[in-house]
Design a protein around this ligand. Structure first.
Ligand SMILES: [Zn+2]
Ligand SMILES: [Zn+2]
Length: 458
């Protein structure tokens, strides 16, 4: 069936009701319905509920005819039949108009019309039949309400639906409830709502524009994407330089449905991705990215090491050793590091330098990531990002409490295990970092600038 043929209104009358053996009308209806049911069901995409409508056949033993009017309710059709089928009240018959649906002539919808004009019942019935019924068991049945199905917006009737309706012209879309081609309206979503990733990693979000039936728009609907970072998130406070570098989103714009790749910097913190669609009925959509090293906890207090020192900016108060206004929490570490640090300090206190405690400097920030000592979002504190390295005071140019004396460096280095390696870090006169490891244990012995133990935990 071509599209042109589908465009006119098709009134489909069910054939199986037509049990009356009178009149050519019924046979005509049966034939028409049979033809319409042959339609291909391959393309059911544009489908909507058929409109239920009613027509009336009135008749008697002599003949029957179809009322030209189409009705929108069973009751209205019945009223029309009743109006049409007036039998003079002087006739000595009881007239009953009723509804039925099944082989026992039981009434279905509302049994509205009945009249008994005389004192006795002689048995002339005029039934209004329901289309789904077989009426052969009911005698004298000439009046029917036929229930029909119409496809006002194209397509052909099949099983309560209008199928193979011609596609709506963009940018309109089929309203699945009414069948009408409505103007498309769009909704934007951004998924997932949040994600947690490690610094310097990427994550893929998806922006999707859907039209009101949940499908894709029939035209490209533009969406733009941007990202912002919470300037104090991830444990960076104080007087950092501004603006804070933020992660990237790619692409910055697209249409309908497309992936958005977020790329984190090496700094931990909270980013907000915002997708905006001017043609959508809803506002901008956001997704939150938590850039962090998960699982870090603050190093707990211990009798074998010292975590706090006097805060020069707040008389009478203490702060974590190495903490600054830029990084108020610098003592976060992995479970392994916390456990191994305890054992290292215990050995130092008991065997290496009896009664003396280690002084714990930088570990990691609350969420790990880049620890930018200078508050400028840049190295050099290139380690200390994963919670697996902890600095410990050692003999240095600026004397401080609790330093590991130079004479004990080798003994501390000898505490190396498979899970813990004490390195010594120091700086040359030109600022170059020197690392004294197992292979070159004395590399920092003549260099006391910024010298400290940098212990790696695995
Ligand atoms: Zn910082
Ligand atoms: Zn270090």
């Amino acid at each position: 069936m071509n599209a042109g043929a589908q465009k006119h209104r098709i009134f489909h009358w069910l054939s199986r009701v037509l049990a009356t053996n009178r009149g050519s009308f019924s046979r005509h209806i049966r034939l028409m319905a049979g033809l319409l049911c042959l339609v291909s069901l391959n393309a059911l995409a544009d489908t909507y509920p058929a409109t239920k409508q009613y027509k009336v056949q009135v008749g008697d033993a002599i003949g029957a005819y179809l009322l030209p009017t189409t009705f929108t309710s069973f009751a209205a059709a019945g009223q029309a039949a009743w109006n049409e089928y007036q039998i003079p009240s002087f006739m000595p018959y009881a007239i009953k108009l009723d509804w039925f649906v099944d082989n026992n002539c039981q009434s279905k919808e509302e049994p509205v019309f009945s009249r008994q004009s005389q004192s006795y019942y002689q048995g002339i019935h005029a039934y209004l039949g329901y289309s789904g019924s077989t009426v052969t068991q009911c005698s004298f049945t000439f009046n029917y309400v036929f229930i029909g199905w119409e496809c006002p917006y194209g397509g052909v009737y099949y099983d309560g639906q209008c199928v193979n309706a011609p596609p709506c012209t963009p940018p309109t879309t089929r309203n699945p409830a009414t069948g009408k081609c409505d103007q498309e309206t769009y909704t934007l979503t951004l998924t997932p709502e949040s994600a947690t990733i490690e610094p310097s990693k990427t994550y893929s979000f998806t922006a999707t524009v859907t039209k009101q039936d949940g499908g894709a728009p029939s035209k490209p609907v533009p969406v733009s994407v941007k990202v912002e970072v919470d300037p104090t998130s991830g444990g960076h406070d104080g007087t950092h330089t501004s603006p804070r570098p933020k992660g990237s989103v790619s692409p910055a714009d697209g249409t309908n449905s497309f992936p958005i790749t977020f790329g984190s910097t090496e700094v931990s913190g909270i980013h907000t991705i915002t997708a905006t669609c001017d043609e959508c009925t809803n506002g901008p959509q956001t997704a939150t990215v938590y850039v962090k090293i998960s699982g870090l906890s603050e190093i707990p207090a211990s009798p074998f090491y010292v975590l706090e020192e006097a805060d020069p900016n707040r008389p009478g108060k203490t702060k974590p050793i190495g903490a600054t206004d830029n990084h108020k929490n610098n003592h976060y570490a992995t479970q392994t590091a916390r456990t191994q640090l305890f054992m290292l300090a215990f050995k130092y206190y008991k065997a290496i330098n009896p009664g003396k405690r280690l002084y714990i400097n930088d570990a990691s920030l609350t969420w790990g990531g880049l620890m930018d000592d200078d508050g400028n979002w840049a190295p050099p504190h290139s380690a200390h990002r994963l919670g697996d390295a902890i600095d410990i005071r050692a003999d240095s140019v600026n004397k401080k409490d609790g330093e590991i004396p130079l004479s004990l460096f080798a003994k501390v280095q000898d505490l190396k295990t498979a899970k813990m390696e004490p390195e010594i870090h120091c700086y040359t006169s030109t600022g170059g970092l020197v690392m004294a490891k197992a292979a070159n244990p004395a590399a920092c012995n003549g260099l006391n600038r910024g010298r400290h133990f940098h212990v790696i935990f695995r």
